[in-house]
Design a protein around this ligand. Structure first.
Ligand SMILES: [Zn+2]
Length: 110
């Protein structure tokens, strides 16, 4: 379950941020996880519950938002959730703009 090592990285990062802000503890964490980030949300939540009690994020509330996959045409900025490869209007390759991220979007520090 690689979510354990992902959560360890997230908790490290949160520890760094909290230290930088001179916080004593973290009460709320929000993560954005792309549909294609290769992470199982339930497993990540489980990893958080298993690992956070020994960290500065002990007792914090975890909110995970899943970001749906999104492709965009670099020419006309058309966006779609389907992997069409080519923009039907411009005939150029679409770029994946969302759906693979794994980010800490918000943390609340006390
Ligand atoms: Zn286009």
């Amino acid at each position: 379950m690689h979510e354990m090592s992902i959560m360890a990285t997230i908790l490290d990062k949160i520890g760094e941020i909290t230290q930088r802000e001179n916080g004593a503890r973290v009460t709320h964490i929000e993560l954005a996880i792309g549909e294609r980030a290769g992470v199982v949300t339930d497993a990540l939540t489980f990893a958080f519950e298993a690992m956070s009690p020994d960290t500065i994020a002990s007792g914090a509330e975890l909110v995970i938002t899943e970001i749906p996959l999104c492709y965009r045409c670099p020419s006309c900025a058309m966006e779609t959730a389907e992997s069409l490869n080519l923009c039907p209007a411009c005939d150029v390759f679409l770029e994946a703009v969302r759906g693979r991220e794994l980010q800490i979007t918000f943390i609340e520090i006390e």
